[in-house]
Design a protein around this ligand. Structure first.
Ligand code: CO8
Length: 261
């Protein structure tokens, strides 16, 4: 029933409340052509707006999460065409998503693929995943956060090495460096991401969104500003029904019944 060309989307999980977006351009290892990125950002926005969805998963195939921006598409672009079309601006829509996004990465996550994973809130990797920022090899630099986000999770020396060498990193190394939070056998990866998404979705969606916003704020602020922001949101949770319900349920030794209010 869908006319999607580059992705497959479906709701998954026991309660059908997890939005799964699978990149599906196998012949090009899920290279992120314009059409794919448009479909991806629209799918994520649709799940973000869907009250029945608690969390979103972005994944690819066992061979490739995404092998980067589409090099063939970029080949003849120019500085002025990039300025005029606002190349990559549609990516910003992903960061506007209020719901948690889990990247489930099997295979190659290179260039824009690695950047896409880092734009997500949590990265789970399959044992054979390969991360990297190989733009330098083809005469350019990362353009969707590669030089900015990796340094924040892995530190300067490592991020610099990855961006300057173009070398691929294994899942084990990504785990050790803090790029990903867990590693699983490839065939278990999506299942584990769904389990995590389901766990998150048990909580109040309203409060989950506030928590995500607060963690992300750490990227943008000093510690004292961030602590102040967090405190405001924390106080703010006391204006919600779900905070009251959550604490009442604990005291009454029962499961909370969150209403998203
Ligand atoms: N763009 C276009 N086509 C690609 C890409 C790509 N990034 N990656 C792979 N493909 C295509 C190949 O051209 C090939 O197609 P064909 O059979 O028609 O020639 C097919 O996918 C299979 O690829 P290979 O035959 O190369 O497969 P291998 O298993 O030999 O190698 C690799 C796999 C190592 C992943 C290899 O394909 C490779 O190095 N790919 C390019 C990786 C890369 O340089 N990525 C960075 C691109 S630049 C970038 O991302 C800039 C970021 C800017 C922001 C992002 C916004 C979208």
């Amino acid at each position: 029933t869908s006319n999607l060309e580059y992705i497959i989307t479906k709701k998954v999980g026991e309660k059908n409340n997890i939005g799964l977006v699978q990149l599906n351009r196998p012949k090009a290892l899920n290279a992120l052509c314009d059409g794919l990125v448009t479909e991806l950002t629209e799918a994520v926005s649709a799940y973000d707006a869907d009250d029945k969805v608690g969390a979103i998963i972005v994944t690819g195939s066992e061979r490739a999460f995404a092998a980067g921006a589409d090099i063939k598409e970029m080949l003849n672009q120019t500085y002025s065409s990039n300025l005029k079309t606002g190349l990559l601006q549609q990516w910003d829509n992903l960061s506007k998503c209020k719901k948690p996004i889990i990247a489930a990465v099997n295979g190659f996550a290179l260039g824009g693929g690695c950047e896409l994973a880092m734009m997500c809130d949590i990265i789970y990797a399959g044992e054979k995943a390969k991360f990297g920022q190989p733009e330098i090899i083809i005469g350019t630099i990362p353009g969707a956060g590669g030089t900015q986000r990796m340094i924040r999770s892995c530190g300067k020396s490592f991020a610099m090495e990855v961006c300057l060498s173009g070398n691929q990193i294994t899942a084990q190394e990504a785990l050790m460096r803090g790029l990903v939070s867990k590693v699983f056998p490839p065939e278990k990866l999506v299942e584990e991401a769904i389990k995590l998404a389901e766990k998150i979705s048990e909580h109040s969606p309203l409060i989950v969104a506030l928590c995500k916003e607060s963690v992300n704020h750490a990227y943008e602020s000093t510690l004292s500003q961030g602590l102040k922001f967090e405190k405001k949101l924390f106080y703010g949770t006391f204006a919600t029904d779900d905070r009251k319900e959550g604490m009442a349920a604990f005291v009454e030794k029962r499961k909370p019944n969150f209403t998203n209010n």
